[in-house]
Design a protein around this ligand. Structure first.
Ligand code: SF4
Length: 436
């Protein structure tokens, strides 16, 4: 009920403003054309610091990035949705509340009314992972109400998905901060800002039954070429339990999240003669394209000047936060990125992760087919999840669907070089209030 009341308070406040007017007035046509190909700025704060001082550390860099992102396009009293994944159960490797509080505070400073939103389960037990109204500084609201039914239908028309139920709360909000933990993902190699909106921006039924399920529209198996005995053999041979056979229906399902595609292909070895099964790129690509489409529908409900993206590349885990468990960090901490372009920030995030590479000793033993050959050009997430789960795919589809350009300019703020030259103030331990 609380969520519904809050949602009612928000309705029908959404205001889509024209693009910043001074932009439109000031630019000549040729300048506009130049801007079309201009690289999108992506601000970067590295975990590395040039001084052992507060001003050179990540907290200060997050503040600086928020300043550069320029929240002044948020209007007074705007309802600002901070879309996060607050994790499930024991999954504590999400965006630290320490940073969330600072971002919430920055929204309040420009007169916006921030609230954090995610699926109702994550909101309900967010306290277990340290997120409360008191710690974050703003309400935490279920994205589609407490019973996940406060939604807005959008037509999709992609493969077997006719429509999806978008979060009513996101639909109502005036401005959006897509606040994301960058990590691996079993279905797409990578889960970032696009995933945060595409899966987290819809009700559970849409998320689990439709978005996770679109791959079934791509044929991967020919029942006429496969006997029940052969199907059972195929199931037994898969080291990741990615094949399920229903004897009654004579139906072999391939589970997108479990299959390691080109890293493995054990099933195809015993299917050589029957040729009933296919492990093909289209099967893996469908989910990524639908994620791009679904996130576009969410973003289309916001004015372009009221969309902000922050990616935290800290505690990068192999699986997504939905697993609800603690996991080893498989990439060394990199830092934080901020941008006004979702495609640009996602590309920059993946490029930085590619540069950092995997921490080999952190890879869990249940990844049995990891490709660590340095001579093979694969992204770290492809080395784990297989090349058909290309982490850049959703980004390429997002670009295709008009969500922005992959061309970006990485602008490092408070870099080691810069902060090494800065004179630190005298360091004080146990700053105020002092209790002794
Ligand atoms: S490729 Fe490997 S993981 Fe995928 S279904 Fe075949 S055996 Fe299973």
């Amino acid at each position: 009920m609380l969520a519904r009341h809050f949602a009612v308070l928000l309705r029908p406040a959404k205001k889509i403003l024209p693009t910043r007017f001074y932009f439109a007035l000031a630019l000549s046509k040729s300048e506009e054309e130049k801007n079309m190909v201009r690289k999108t700025e992506v601000y970067f704060g590295s975990i590395q610091q040039g001084r052992d001082a507060v001003f050179a550390a990540l907290g200060a860099k997050v503040d600086k990035i928020v300043e550069l992102l320029d929240f002044s396009t948020i209007e007074k009293r705007d309802k600002v949705a901070i879309k996060m994944h607050l994790g499930f159960q024991d999954g504590y490797q999400t965006v630290p509340v320490f940073f969330v509080r600072r971002i919430v505070s920055a929204v309040k400073q420009v007169g916006g009314w921030p609230f954090i939103t995610d699926n109702p389960t994550s909101v309900y037990n967010a306290v277990a992972r340290g997120y409360t109204q008191e710690t974050c500084g703003c309400p935490i609201v279920p994205a589609a109400g407490v019973k996940d039914g406060y939604t807005h239908s959008v037509s999709i028309g992609f493969k077997n998905v006719d429509k999806l139920e978008m979060s009513g709360v996101l639909h109502d909000a005036d401005a959006l901060i897509d606040l994301t933990h960058a990590k691996g993902h079993a279905c797409s190699g990578y889960g970032g800002a696009i995933k945060n909106l595409a899966l987290g921006g819809y009700s559970a039924k849409s998320r689990w039954n439709k978005i996770h399920g679109v791959e079934s529209s791509v044929t991967h198996w020919n029942p006429e070429k496969c006997t029940p005995e052969h199907a059972s053999e195929l199931v037994k041979t898969c080291p990741y339990n990615a094949l399920k056979y229903d004897v009654k229906k004579h139906k072999l399902s391939l589970l997108l999240f479990a299959c390691r595609n080109q890293l493995c292909l054990e099933c195809l070895k015993i299917d050589k003669e029957a040729k009933s099964l296919q492990i093909k790129p289209e099967f893996f690509a469908a989910f990524q394209e639908l994620m791009a489409i679904a996130s576009k529908h969410v973003l289309d409900t916001f004015d372009k000047n009221k969309q902000f993206f922050l990616n935290f590349i800290l505690q990068v885990t192999p699986h997504c936060d939905c697993m609800g468990m603690a996991q080893p960090n498989i990439v060394a901490d990199i830092g934080v990125l901020g941008s006004r372009g979702i495609v640009a920030i996602e590309t920059a995030t993946l490029d930085l992760i590619a540069k950092a590479g995997l921490i080999e000793q952190a890879i869990p033993p249940y990844f049995k087919h990891v490709n660590l050959d340095p001579n093979v050009d694969l992204h770290p997430f492809e080395r784990l999840w297989g090349p058909m789960k290309d982490p850049y795919l959703a980004i390429k589809f997002a670009e295709k669907h008009g969500l922005g350009s992959r061309k970006y300019e990485l602008i490092e703020t408070l870099s080691c070089k810069e902060t090494a030259k800065m004179e630190p103030p005298k360091h004080a331990y146990e700053r105020q209030p002092s209790f002794y």
